[in-house]
Design a protein around this ligand. Structure first.
Ligand SMILES: O=C(O)[C@H](O)COP(=O)(O)O
Ligand SMILES: [Mn+2]
Ligand SMILES: [Mn+2]
Length: 570
């Protein structure tokens, strides 16, 4: 409907068009290789910057095309829909922005607002768990830290209080230790804070305790079905009260397990359960209990959600399934309706670039290894399962290594992914070939600087394979990243950038992502002369990338996308 205000035409319901207009200057029909370097940011080029230390001749050469064809993008905070610019970027929000071409408020902020306004307590999900408040136990399962990537400890605290204020009597928390989005060794700090909050709740008459725990990479938080045994370990500890280690408190668990293995990083702690004075687990999940998984991010909670929510389930033996009232902090997969009940509605990310490409006859091939496969498909497509079109899209997953930390094999599957992408482009069947190379991120998360250097070198070799393939078909490439990680392996003084050393003079390892900008590079024989990065978008971010590659396919971007980064000089 159109109407006029003071002579100005207002269009309040622009009819949605999937068909895109041809770009006035950029020709259609060029093959495009889109390469996402996971966890590849820009930072001071010193010895703690694994990407700088690594021999990366291909990426170094590309940098020389700045400012026309190499520039930096914002990949954190408000630019990717996070609550503040203090929030580092992450794969979910990064790939959402890359694929959707717009910025959506993400889970972290949606939960913050729902808690602040109290709306969370009015929804169907909360009413569902409330049924267990009077006579049964409410369990909270999730990542205990303030990393803000999958969860936030202050949201758990608010929710615990909110439940108690609304009648919950018996509460149990099943903690997953972080050390990945936050400093290694910091788990004890979060556990102590939670212990004292629970002690406060007990003073007020509630029966509130930590009941089980374990490191996030060993317990519960696997993703993309890489290793179900991790989810099983969590299920056994949380539901059955079974684990190889038993302690009388979570604090004691951390202390004793560290004594047994002083090098143990928080993320890899084995599962443990807390027992009472007669050796019984203090908080197994039983019939009529309520369970809340308090992570807002989906990828590492969706497998556990299946174990809690699905009646038919064959990934491991759950034993006798308790009848529980299970909710997710968010719904983790809206297509699968998983979980069926949830506390806060997830962001509704619609009209993503992948869907536009299908409607405009652009055929897409996407590939990554298991640990990032969903990033470049499901998350890229706005957290949507499956393909938009089976005939026009193909998604290929290369199995990741299982059962090892990625610093043991830092090359990961970079070369295999590159070869798949090369072959896909050479086949002539696909207009866009899109990959994610995981090394900068996955090896970066181990905190192992030398291994991350090797991982980044593998990435550079993989990029070379793909750029050669682009050359052969006379195509175009677009390389970017979803957030920083490997470029900074040390904690720094935020004012000076100087590394922070511990008492023994050793640098303090940084395992997390960063708030650094990431590069974007365009090029290839098929890129028309005169195409270059605009100079008038200095604050551009990942959400500007989709309009850019839609232009490179020869189309004008949808009207509501963030502006394209390129212009064409005559
Ligand atoms: O889940 C993880 O591995 C980290 O918390 C975040 O990493 P990602 O956002 O790169 O997946
Ligand atoms: Mn990532
Ligand atoms: Mn990561």
């Amino acid at each position: 409907m159109n109407f006029e205000v003071q002579g100005i035409k207002v269009n309040i319901s622009r009819a949605h068009r999937w068909k895109l207009r041809p770009h006035p200057k950029i020709r259609q029909g060029k093959k495009l290789m889109v390469i996402i370097l996971d966890g590849w940011g820009e930072q001071i080029p010193d010895e703690y910057n694994a990407i700088h230390v690594a021999k990366t001749p291909t990426m170094d050469e590309l940098k020389k095309t700045a400012p026309d064809r190499w520039r930096l993008l914002r990949a954190h905070g408000l630019s990717v829909g996070l609550p503040s610019d203090e929030d580092m970027g992450n794969s979910e929000v990064g790939h959402n922005a890359l694929g959707a071409g717009r910025i959506f408020e993400q889970g972290a902020g949606l939960v913050d607002s729902a808690l602040k306004t109290g709306k969370i307590y009015e929804g169907e999900g909360f009413k569902y768990i409330q049924q267990a408040f009077a006579k049964n136990t409410v369990h909270f399962v999730g990542l205990l830290s303030d990393g803000g990537v999958h969860s936030r400890a202050n949201q758990l605290s608010a929710l615990l209080k909110g439940c108690v204020n609304r009648g919950a009597k018996r509460l149990r928390v099943h903690v997953l230790l972080d050390g990945r989005d936050v400093a290694p060794g910091s788990a004890i700090k979060y556990v102590e804070a939670l212990e004292s909050e629970l002690a406060e709740l007990r003073k007020g008459g509630s029966d509130a305790w930590i009941a089980s725990g374990g490191g996030r990479m060993a317990v519960t938080m696997d993703r993309y079905e890489n290793d179900w045994s991790i989810v099983k370990k969590g299920y056994d500890a949380q539901v059955k009260g079974e684990a190889p280690h038993k302690f009388s408190s979570c604090g004691e668990a951390l202390k004793k397990l560290l004594e047994m293995d002083p090098k143990l990083n928080d993320q890899y702690f084995p599962p443990f359960v807390i027992i009472d004075s007669i050796g019984q687990p203090i908080g197994p999940i039983v019939d009529d209990d309520a369970v809340v998984t308090f992570n807002f991010r989906a990828d590492r909670m969706v497998m556990a959600a299946k174990a809690f929510d699905l009646e038919t389930f064959d990934k491991f033996d759950r034993g006798k399934l308790p009848k529980i009232k299970y909710v997710g902090m968010l719904q983790y997969d809206s297509d699968l309706k998983l979980p069926k009940k949830y506390l806060v509605s997830p962001p509704q990310i619609d009209k993503t670039s992948g869907e536009y490409l299908i409607h405009n006859n652009i055929k897409t091939f996407a590939c990554s290894e298991t640990v990032k496969f969903g990033h470049v498909t499901f998350v890229w497509n706005g957290n949507r399962s499956g393909q938009f079109s089976h005939s026009m899209e193909k998604y290929v997953q290369i199995p990741s290594d299982v059962g090892i930390a990625f610093n043991m094999k830092p090359e990961m599957k970079a070369i295999a992914i590159a070869e798949k992408a090369r072959d896909a482009l050479a086949s002539g069947k696909w207009d866009q070939v899109r990959v994610n190379l995981a090394n900068g991120d996955m090896v970066g998360h181990t905190g192992d600087l030398n291994a991350t250097v090797i991982g980044c070198e593998a990435v550079d070799q993989a990029v070379k394979i793909m750029l050669d393939a682009v050359e052969v078909v006379g195509g175009i490439f677009l390389i970017t990243a979803d957030h920083g990680n490997g470029e900074d392996m040390v904690k720094r003084n935020l004012k000076t950038g100087a590394p922070i050393l511990d008492k023994g003079g050793k640098f303090q390892v940084l395992t997390s992502h960063t708030c650094n900008p990431v590069p974007i590079i365009i090029g290839g024989k098929g890129l028309q002369k005169g195409v270059r990065f605009r100079r008038d978008l200095p604050g551009a971010g990942l959400a500007n990338v989709a309009a850019t590659f839609i232009n490179l396919h020869g189309f004008e971007a949808p009207w509501d996308y963030e502006p394209s980064l390129i212009e064409v000089l005559d």
